[in-house]
Design a protein around this ligand. Sequence first.
Ligand code: MG
Length: 291
Amino acid sequence: MKLVSFSTGSDERVGVVDVEREVVRDVTGLLPAGAGLLGLVEEWAELAPALNGDAPELALADVRLLAPIPRPRRNIFCVGKNYRDHVVEFGRSGYDSPDRSEAMPEHPVVFSKATTSVNGPFDDIDPHHDVTSELDYEAELGVIIGTGGRGITRDDAHAHVWGYTIINDFTARDLQRTHKQWLIGKSLDTHCPMGPYAVTADEIDDVTALMVESRVNGEPRQSAPVKDLIFDIPELIARLSAGITLLPGDIIATGTPAGVGIGFDPPRFMASGDVVEVSITGLGAQRNQVA
Ligand code: MG
């Protein structure tokens, strides 16, 4: 099932998308008032059966798609340096201050993006010219947690995955380097385009086969299968939950493949007017312009 948060004006509604027919079923009225897509994920076992009820259909073209989870309960967990070729390009770039290493990480590199960075899948990206001049994109698979828990084992990990979405871990590289810790450089407002869909795990036969891809102004930049992850999804869930309770609706951005702007020499940063597109097999595509 492909779920969306959408708006027809100033409201925020929940829908189920039929991609082939290009329509969205507005299921908001079938859910508790104010639940939103996040509330639906949190109470999935209880609420999902209600989605089969009668609901009005709207043309996809007539609605504005929002990030599937526009206001996560807490920061998005992110994994850095999780594709081999990207570790090398990042180490060479000199932006991994003070590390500057092309060595593969021995443990997952985990940071987070503030909830206020979340942006719609087709909305403009704020260039924040007052604080950064080095804008870069990172195409990533986002994992949405269903059942939470602590001490989740690798074997049990997939039972805790509610579904998947697309994340652009947009980054202000100069701030990432200057502040050493990555939070500020990763968290500027609008720098986390998400969606368009939140796709339930049962719709994906083999998540490791999905291709993560990006294009800038139509030019292909990144393309890699999820199976290239250094630390795979079960490992990330096991390591994160070893001492941190994962909650329903938590989002894990699993890392980006090679081909980001700082992978080029000289770096190719994004400028106002540039368009970045991120797509993943079966999860749709997002398209954001730098304002
Ligand atoms: Mg990233």
